[in-house]
Ligand binder design. Structure first.
Ligand SMILES: [Zn+2]
Ligand SMILES: [Zn+2]
Length: 168
């Protein structure tokens, strides 16, 4: 729980920093995403007209798997410029855990890519195209550049012969 003691809170405010276990995010591990690193936060609460203003930042590191090439990688999630206003707080403590949780979740990436231009895996042979090339794409190209060394079978090679597999 991330809580401010607000009994003596004034307009200058008070700082609160520390870390919370990733479990406050309430995210279940999946094949593509897991969160185990603590959430580090640096917050400030101050008395303002009619309420309390909490500002600051929070961050954590999550483990992702690239949606294209399946490589595992770490991703830094950070939420800066957090700003939450609480009106008429009657308790002696102000619990901001839920707001921090939401800010972190909003900062998660939309697409899990190890790098922007990840080439992914060849859909035919499964080669990781970031590391090496495969010949699948070449076989498909209809124009063959070197016409000099044509083998007698070249026309046959152009024909696309696919095994007939019944779909279930
Ligand atoms: Zn990738
Ligand atoms: Zn291939």
């Amino acid at each position: 729980m991330i809580k401010f003691s607000i009994v003596n809170l004034d307009r200058d405010g008070t700082d609160l920093s520390g870390s919370e276990p990733a479990s406050i995010l309430e995210i279940e591990d999946s094949d593509l995403l897991s969160c185990h690193s603590p959430i580090e936060y640096n917050l400030h609460a101050a008395l303002v007209n009619n309420g309390i203003l909490v500002t600051g930042s929070a961050s954590t590191e999550i483990n992702l798997k690239c949606g294209r090439c399946l490589k595992s990688f770490k991703y830094q999630v950070s939420s800066r410029n957090m700003c939450h206003f609480y009106e008429k707080v009657k308790n002696q403590e102000l619990d901001v855990t839920e707001e921090i949780r939401e800010d972190i979740l909003v900062a998660f990436p939309n697409a899990y890519l190890c790098k922007k231009n990840c080439k992914g895996l060849c859909p035919k042979c499964g080669t990781n195209l970031n590391k090496s090339e495969c010949s699948c794409a070449e076989e498909e190209s209809p124009v063959l550049e070197s016409s000099e060394e044509k083998s007698p079978w070249i026309e046959l090679d152009k024909l696309k012969i696919e095994p007939r597999v019944k779909k279930r």
